[in-house]
Design a protein around this ligand. Structure first.
Ligand code: PLP
Length: 499
């Protein structure tokens, strides 16, 4: 199968090439030429398969230029009991009748990005071999917190790659900083940037744009690449767990074959929910995709009005991984629902760059609304939801998952639809321990306490163990002590690479 650019101005490429390129040369995102569809007779038989076997069955339909052995090797490197603390990898739990929580945070960094970033490095290195790309790949990341750590864990010690992460020295939590500066691995570097996330991100963009620097690297057989969520190799592995969740429901006899479910996703960059959209296109019986946002409600507004408008204030919320004003993966959805009208997509994206706004025609909006339903959740509603779910069901959810839960309750009230729901739980509650503690612990237990103490108290109070990746962070040696001014990031990178 070939992949096309969502902006239509460059030739189609193989899956391997799409993964190596990341972004298409015309600035578009790669989408499959045609989404492979599967009859239910085919995949309903997978109920007794393991997560790894289910992955193989999905991935091979998209990675048609990979051999079955290559795909299996990637899967085995990623989804094993060394990297994941749950044998089922992405277990599904019925927390309240019809509310099935899909726990996507059993990987090394306790958040859902591990589901893709554990396998992406292997898909990438395999793709490099297939496309005769023999340079060493330098993965450059600017992170506001979680992606950097997930990328470090994914790429550490992967032959043929190096990873360099820049984080804003003043802009990440204590836990996030320690997670990164204690990172193990022979091919990893981490540096704090004196500034905020924008400073770090702009610095990385400048490095990518510096032709001269790229040529210096090329002479040393080095090539820069990114691991961000627009890479097809990150989106594809995310389709698997939606099939897997449905199959788990069948296996537990919570569903009849072919019965429809709703899927609820706390959404930021639109990657996770887009994977569910593709799963539905492949034939998964999904009635509605529920897109939950926080106070940064740009996606909810778009789905409800057809107008995407980033001219609005940016809010810092307690679900920071959804604090986003540009949801890059939405471009793929537009390409799909417009029936590959790439000229139109190109036009909307130019408007977004120019005026920060575009509007899709009514007919297209209606097509989106047939599948998607969306609403937002404030910080207060998030806290109240965490408390309610804990008190009623004795189950602890993080701030992002709570936004999804809250929005699904809203959906049920407004639609009367009582279909069972798969709720994507995107982080362990301990990953956002301070906010979860605020929802659960009495004030005297938490007043004036730092993040680490709060995590400990939360664990004692609930009787739930802290995940290994967060547990003993304070005792680990700090291995990365570099800090750099934004203007000196390229110099720091050159030093890391011994140029
Ligand atoms: C990244 C992230 C999200 C948002 O996922 P998108 O694919 O960007 O929509 C939600 N929750 C958590 C915890 C995340 O890390």
């Amino acid at each position: 199968m070939q992949y096309l650019s969502s902006r239509g101005s460059c030739p189609s490429v193989s899956a391997a090439k799409a993964i190596v390129n990341g972004i298409a040369p015309d600035g578009g995102l790669y989408i499959p030429e045609q989404v492979p569809t599967m009859g239910q007779g085919e995949w309903l038989q997978w109920a007794n398969l393991s997560y790894q076997e289910r992955s193989q069955s999905i991935l091979k339909r998209f990675l048609t230029d990979f051999t079955p052995t290559e795909i299996a090797a990637c899967i085995n490197y990623a989804y094993n009991e060394k990297n994941f603390d749950h044998a089922q990898i992405a277990p599904l739990l019925e927390v309240s009748p019809g509310f099935h929580v899909l726990e996507l945070w059993h990987g090394p960094t306790s958040a859902f990005k591990d589901m893709a970033l554990q396998i992406l490095p292997h898909l990438l290195t395999t793709s490099m071999k297939k496309t005769s790309e023999d340079n060493e790949i330098i993965i450059l990341v600017a992170t506001s917190g979680d992606t950097g750590k997930a990328a470090l864990e994914g790429f550490k010690n992967v032959a043929g790659t190096r990873i360099v992460v820049f984080f804003p020295a003043e802009g990440v939590s204590q836990v996030q900083r320690l997670q990164m500066v204690t990172q193990l691995g022979d091919n990893v570097n981490v540096a704090g940037v004196v500034g905020n996330f924008d400073d770090a991100q702009n610095g990385v963009k400048r490095i990518f744009a510096d032709q001269q620097f790229s040529e210096v690297l090329a002479q040393k057989r080095l090539k820069m690449s990114s691991a961000n969520s627009i890479n097809w190799g990150r989106l594809l592995p995310q389709m698997v767990y939606y099939f897997s969740a449905y199959l788990d429901l069948l296996q537990k006899e919570r569903l009849a074959s072919g019965e429809t479910v709703n899927i609820v996703v706390p959404t930021g960059n639109f990657g996770n929910i887009l994977a569910a959209f593709y799963a539905r296109r492949m034939g998964l019986p999904v009635k509605r995709l529920i897109c939950a946002t926080n106070r940064n409600s740009i996606l909810a507004d778009f789905i409800n009005s057809g107008i995407y408008d980033r001219n609005r204030p940016f809010y810092k919320t307690i679900s920071p991984s959804m604090d986003i004003l540009i949801s890059s993966n939405l471009e793929r959805l537009l390409a799909e629902v417009s029936g590959h009208d790439f000229a139109q997509v190109q036009n909307w994206m130019s408007q977004l760059v120019g005026s920060g706004r575009y509007e899709v025609p009514l007919e297209l909006r209606e097509r989106i609304q047939e599948v998607f339903w969306s609403d937002c959740c404030t910080d207060e509603q998030t806290i109240a939801c965490i408390r309610r779910v804990w008190e009623k069901h004795n189950y602890l959810i993080d701030t992002h998952t709570a936004a999804a839960w809250h929005v699904y309750e809203r959906y049920q009230e407004q639609s009367g639809d009582k279909s069972p729901a798969i709720i994507a739980s995107t982080a362990s509650p301990f990953k956002f321990g301070s906010s979860v503690a605020e929802a659960i612990l009495p004030e005297k237990e938490r007043k004036g306490q730092d993040e680490f103490t709060l995590i400990k108290r939360l664990s004692e109070w609930t009787g739930i163990g802290v995940p290994e990746g967060i547990r003993d962070l304070q005792e680990r040696p700090v291995l990365h002590k570099t800090t750099t001014k934004p203007a000196d990031m390229q110099y720091a990178l050159a030093q890391f690479l011994n140029l």
